[in-house]
Design a protein around this ligand. Structure first.
Ligand code: GMT
Length: 382
């Protein structure tokens, strides 16, 4: 198949999922065309004969306070579909990709070209941004207009039906992991450098947005380090980073906390972690937790959204109510207990294996085939 993939090119979860899916599909012989405003961060494989990248050019004009990205994107989709003879478009994150895809599909239809689009809902496009009245009518319309809709967890599917008047069937296709890349590596020298006295290493990675509740990471860590020797690594960057750094100085814990910024080789850090913290307010899946689990790191998380579908309470880590710091501290101590840690690590890896890309990729291929078959029938009837 020739597939156009539209996503955010950033470090964020939906961009990572879209890029990794494209790479996995290209390995199966599909021709993949990424259409976005910058080369996706995880797309390092441009010499692959099946992978192409098309940059969306955004023309500015003094009249525009905000250049209309959605129009530039729709126009680029029209161009790529026509000149590369794409069979299908797959857009990740509804805003504004689904409405741009709708526009592209209808423009192409008016020119006698029929190409369906699949929308994958990732989380905040539904649970936070999408339901705001600023966007809701467009999000509802473009989901209903999609030829196929997928969501990354049952919880996100339920949220979509609860919060939008959506009448489309939604296929749940969980996020996935490349176990050849995400696996525990021997990085003992790294561990010794950060934890010279054998301290426990706590890791959190995120885009440092409010929804991640990084204050809770700090609160849990503050309590822990009074009970056991521990260090904290914070990976990633975003709007909250500066404030959290100042908070660590204020609390006088900065010597035990390191901010590593955005990292390409996150698996190297995860390889030396003892526990992963994800106390998020909302989390439709929790891809960062899956990456940790694949590196044999148990997860202490909130029980919000899709996290209970990934992190099994008492098996791969623990779940707590959002903001329940006492419970998170208690649970972390249970996981870090010498008598328990090996079992939690083993279970985390076993659970991650269930999300192997080779199990999940065919689920997308089946949706593509179904959508193409339906669309062919509709096009013939036209
Ligand atoms: O806001 C974010 O956390 C990024 C966001 C995205 O779309 O890039 O992440 C969402 O999609 C990820 C991939 O499907 C999921 O693993 C995350 O749970 C989800 N984030 C939220 O729901 C907050």
């Amino acid at each position: 198949m020739k597939i156009g993939i539209v996503c955010y090119p950033t470090f964020g979860g939906s961009g990572v999922v879209a890029t990794e899916l494209g790479k996995a599909l290209a390995d199966q012989g599909h021709q993949i065309h990424f259409i976005t405003y910058e080369q996706p961060t995880r797309l390092v494989d441009l010499f692959n004969e099946n992978i192409f990248y098309h940059k969306v050019d955004i023309r500015s004009y003094p009249l525009f306070e905000y250049a209309p990205y959605e129009l530039a994107l729709a126009s680029k989709m029209v161009n790529v579909v026509k000149y590369e003879s794409l069979d299908l478009l797959h857009v990740h994150y509804a805003i504004p990709h689904a409405s741009a895809a709708f526009m592209a599909r209808e423009i192409l239809r008016s020119q006698g070209v029929f190409v369906p689009f699949v929308t994958t809902l990732h989380g905040t496009d539904i649970t936070l941004v999408g339901k705001d009245e600023t966007y809701e009518p467009v999000v509802t319309f473009s989901i209903n207009q999609s030829n196929g809709v997928t969501a990354v967890s049952e919880s996100l599917k339920n949220d979509t039906y609860a919060q939008f008047r959506v009448n489309k069937e939604i296929d749940v296709i969980p996020n996935f992991i490349d176990l050849n890349r995400f696996k525990k590596q021997k990085k003992e020298h790294f561990k010794t450098a950060i934890c010279p006295n054998g301290e426990r290493l706590i890791v959190h990675t995120s885009n440092f947005r409010k929804v991640k509740r990084i204050d809770d990471v700090i609160k849990v860590f503050c309590r822990l380090r009074k009970l056991i020797p521990a260090k904290l690594l914070l990976v990633g960057d975003g709007p909250e980073r500066r404030r959290i750094e100042a908070l660590c100085q204020e609390l006088d814990i900065h010597e035990d906390v390191r901010f590593l910024g955005k990292l390409e080789l996150i698996e190297e850090v995860l390889s030396v972690a003892d526990v992963f913290l994800m106390p998020s307010e909302k989390e439709s899946f929790g891809l960062a937790a899956l990456e940790a689990m694949a590196c044999e790191v148990p997860v202490i998380s909130s029980n919000t959204g899709g996290l209970p579908e990934l992190n099994i309470h008492g098996v791969t880590g623990f779940l707590s109510n959002v903001g329940d710091i006492d419970d998170m501290v208690r649970n972390t101590l249970v996981v870090l207990d010498e008598a328990n840690l090996p079992r939690f690590k083993e279970n985390a890896l076993a659970r991650a294996r269930e999300f192997d890309v080779d199990h999940i990729r065919p689920m997308y291929e089946r949706v593509y085939e179904r959508v193409l078959a339906q669309h062919r029938t509709e096009a013939l009837a036209h």
